[in-house]
Design a protein around this ligand. Structure first.
Ligand SMILES: Cc1cc2nc3c(=O)[nH]c(=O)nc-3n(C[C@H](O)[C@H](O)[C@H](O)COP(=O)(O)OP(=O)(O)OC[C@H]3O[C@@H](n4cnc5c(N)ncnc54)[C@H](O)[C@@H]3O)c2cc1C
Length: 373
């Protein structure tokens, strides 16, 4: 018998789908809603770590990720001209023969999780949100279509700009800009990019990662004091300028930019909700509770782990309160650690610190994240 009978999950992203799968496995009846009628994500790539691959195995999608994404044993750090500085080998292994690093297209990851959700017969409603979550227990929720239903637990997996957090945790500060813009470029895979590769020691931090045999994505972190909106048509020229002083692979990619290049520029923001992330029968998970900057490429992994751990706590405990307490005991320090170390890396990048200092933080953080969750 699980700790509770039924749950509503608001948000069908990485955290929400993972929670839906894990709670269903625990025997909880789940309804998953997403306000996006098309239930999609935009087309950029995503970096995955060994620990992220480990939780993907737990969610039953690892085999397909290995087929449809790209993985490698290690991470490579290069200087701005592409000369190899260091290989963070093996130390990032997710265990059980799971590779240490990888990448996948976001829409592919979304589809793989959504296919698992559908295969489990989970009740999914799209184009739907909640209008009101009143105080009190059990929670009788009013949906945007005017219907009502009652749940033992409401799981808010509605992302960094979570409406649920704003409504029910009004004292928590909203997303905070960290002084960096993340540029992302989707491109054909450069033959020299066969693993997650960083270019350190130049004016920007640049990384490239294969997401399939034919595709890769590049990210570039630009320090910017005050965010300005950049018109789409200016993105390729602005990005090329930021890559101007680089040689080798980065120069090749810069020279291949065209007016049609697939580029997104987004300010980096962070949220850390103080513990506990639950109140009155509602729990925040994923980016709604702890949105990190991407330096450790672990936001999606933490979102998936949140979902898995919530289900495990529902299976092992005997009440909603006990399950949420056990959930917090396993999640807070680990997720806060990811945000903290990612911000540390961002500060080192902005200060132009040495590649050795940055690599050390990445190595130590990934070793810590390899510990059981
Ligand atoms: C620039 C950038 C690069 C990143 N790169 C990486 C990376 O390489 N590797 C990595 O692991 N992580 C990365 N991350 C972090 C990662 O994308 C997030 O941690 C992850 O997507 C969080 O998943 P989530 O399900 O919590 O939230 P989301 O993915 O935001 O999903 C929220 C879902 O809730 C729905 N929703 C929102 N509001 C409502 C509502 N009111 N009602 C109903 N539904 C609602 C949305 O439609 C959406 O489907 C990156 C983040 C950024 C910003």
């Amino acid at each position: 018998m699980p700790a509770f009978t039924n749950a509503l999950i608001i948000g069908g992203g990485i955290a929400g789908m993972s929670a839906a799968l894990s709670l269903t496995e625990a025997g909880v009846r789940v309804r998953l809603i997403d306000r996006d009628a098309h239930w999609g994500v935009s087309g950029a790539g995503i970096t995955i770590t060994g620990p992220t691959l480990r939780v993907m195995k737990r969610l039953g999608i690892l085999d397909e990720v290995l087929k449809q994404g790209w993985t490698s044993a290690d991470i490579r750090a290069c200087d701005p001209d592409g000369n190899i500085l260091s290989e963070i080998a093996g130390k990032t292994s997710g265990g059980d023969g799971i590779p240490g690093a990888g990448g996948i297209m976001r829409p592919t990851l979304h589809r793989l999780l959504a296919e698992r959700v559908k295969a489990e017969g989970i009740d999914v409603s799209l184009g739907l949100t909640v209008q009101d979550i009143p105080k009190g227990r059990p929670k009788t929720v009013t949906f945007s279509d005017g219907t009502e239903a009652t749940y033992d637990l409401v799981v808010a997996a509605d992302g960094i700009f979570s409406d649920t957090r704003k409504a029910l945790f009004p004292e928590v500060d909203g997303p905070k800009y960290v002084g960096q813009i993340c540029w992302r470029l989707m491109a054909p895979r450069h033959p020299g990019i066969d693993r997650r590769t960083y270019f350190l020691g130049g004016p920007m931090k640049i990384g490239m990662n294969p997401v399939s045999p034919d595709e890769m994505y590049m990210f570039l972190l630009e320090p910017v004091e005050t965010v300005e909106w950049i018109p789409d048509e200016e993105l390729p020229a602005r990005l090329a300028k930021l890559m101007e002083s680089y040689g080798g692979i980065v120069a090749d990619v810069r020279d291949s930019l065209t007016p049609d290049s697939n580029i997104v520029a987004r300010p980096l923001e962070t949220v850390v909700c103080p513990a506990p992330w639950y109140r009155d029968g509602v729990v925040l998970i994923g980016d709604a509770a702890h949105a990190t900057t991407p330096q450790l490429a672990s936001g999606a992994g933490m979102a998936m782990e949140d979902g898995v751990v919530l289900g495990e706590c529902a299976a092992s405990e005997t009440s909603v309160e006990a399950a949420l307490e056990a959930f917090m005991a396993r999640r807070f320090d680990r997720c806060a650690f990811v945000v903290d170390k990612s911000l540390t890396l961002g500060r080192l990048e902005k200060a132009g610190s040495s590649p050795i200092d940055q690599i050390k933080v990445v190595e130590e953080a990934l070793a810590e994240l390899n510990q059981p969750y």
